[in-house]
Write a protein that binds this ligand. Structure first.
Ligand code: BGC
Ligand code: ZN
Length: 367
């Protein structure tokens, strides 16, 4: 079967590879789930892997099949699989356990080992192919009622984890009711995080570069947030107007913005960093001022990456509620389809050059 692959660490190596079709029996203990791939989304991670910035092939291969945002239909299940059956729509988690205590309790998303195993990213083949098989533990059921949101399951799991981790960590305060939140960045993670927070009744300001009108602004505002162009007002001036935010979720992809956010967070607030910055950017900062404010204000900085099975389910619940509260908005994120795995060059071109493409995804097969 066909697959879109790269040679990790070799810039612009995207190509079509050939793999044998996986079998249910590849997974031990009758726990295999064989999935026919319908759609796969791509994001900045895929772009940076193709640029050679990171990523590693599985042992024994010189290529890596990309694609970590999966959506498909179950074709067959092993005898010990209970929660999905043939015909069900599913997505799949990305990270696989290593050996740490966190990996052993189903929390590979917070592994304490340096090496992490992620399908389509590091040391494991991804989903940008015709079929995949995996242990039932990693297969997430997607209700038919939201199958039109398909490849958003994975990015939504990342957004849902970031928000859930903030609330979890803020239990340190005994009482914490965030009123104002900033979401920096209005890519898929920024917009999905905006939704998660709006569903929790928070006043949200979604901040990105492009001035209005634009699609990102339209989506953020249809979720009931206020969209702010960072070209028109600085974070500091915005905070003077809105009051300092109790929570900031940072998802711009800019490490400089990530640090800039430290200057506006409210007392007792939490700042969550989600941007994966593969570069080597440097800057100078008012470190005495920030340090003083953070100590005197009991502020929290939290990094959040990846998502496990439970975060996928939280994200799916939020997408379902999102469709009830803000019907038809989520699917506006799915801007840019490409038809067929043969179009791998076009996938990368759109990811790299098309600034209007909020979400590029591949229609791999019909049901
Ligand atoms: C993926 C995450 C992954 C992270 C780091 C993101 O693009 O969505 O699942 O953990 O990259 O590799
Ligand atoms: Zn991703």
């Amino acid at each position: 079967m066909k697959a879109i692959a790269v040679k990790p660490r070799q810039p612009n190596s995207v190509h079509l590879a050939e793999l044998p079709k996986p079998r249910l029996e590849d997974v031990p203990n009758g726990r295999g789930v064989l999935v026919k791939v319908l759609k796969v989304g791509v994001d900045a991670t895929d772009r940076e892997i193709n640029e050679g910035l990171y990523g590693a092939p599985p042992p024994g291969y010189d290529f890596l099949v990309i694609g970590h945002e999966s959506f498909g239909i179950v074709e067959a299940v092993g005898p010990n699989v209970r929660h999905v059956k043939p015909g069900d729509y599913v997505s799949c988690t990305v990270r696989r356990p290593g050996g740490s205590i966190y990996d052993r309790i189903g929390r590979s998303d917070i592994t304490s080992e340096e090496t992490y195993y992620e399908r389509g990213i590091n040391l494991l083949h991804g989903f940008m192919t015709e079929y995949f098989v995996d242990d039932a533990e990693f297969i997430v059921h997607m209700p038919t009622a939201i199958k039109h949101l398909n490849v958003l399951a994975e990015p939504m799991s990342v957004a849902a984890k970031a928000v859930q981790q903030a609330y979890e960590a803020q239990r340190r305060l005994q009482v914490w009711e965030p009123k104002v939140a900033y979401v920096t960045g209005a890519g898929q993670i920024g917009l999905l995080t905006t939704l998660c927070l709006r569903l929790r009744g928070v006043e949200v300001y979604t901040i990105a570069r492009a001035p209005k009108p634009n699609l990102k602004a339209e989506i953020a505002e249809q979720f009931g947030a206020t969209y702010i162009s960072s070209k028109e007002i600085s974070l500091t001036d915005l905070a003077k107007k809105t009051g300092k935010p109790d929570l900031i979720i940072e998802a711009t992809g800019s490490s400089e913005t990530a640090f800039e956010c430290m200057s506006v967070l409210n007392l007792n607030g939490a700042l969550v960093w989600t941007s994966i910055t593969g570069g080597d950017h440097k800057t100078t900062l008012p470190t005495d001022k920030i340090n003083l404010e953070w100590v005197l204000g009991n502020k929290l900085l939290l990094g959040s990456v990846n998502a496990n099975f439970r975060h996928f389910n939280l994200g799916i619940a939020d997408m379902a509620q999102g469709e009830i509260v803000y019907p038809g908005v989520l699917q506006k994120i799915l801007t840019t389809p490409v038809n067929g795995l043969d179009q791998y060059a076009e996938v990368i071109r759109l990811l790299t050059e098309d600034k209007q493409a909020l979400k590029v995804f591949v229609n791999v097969a019909n049901e």
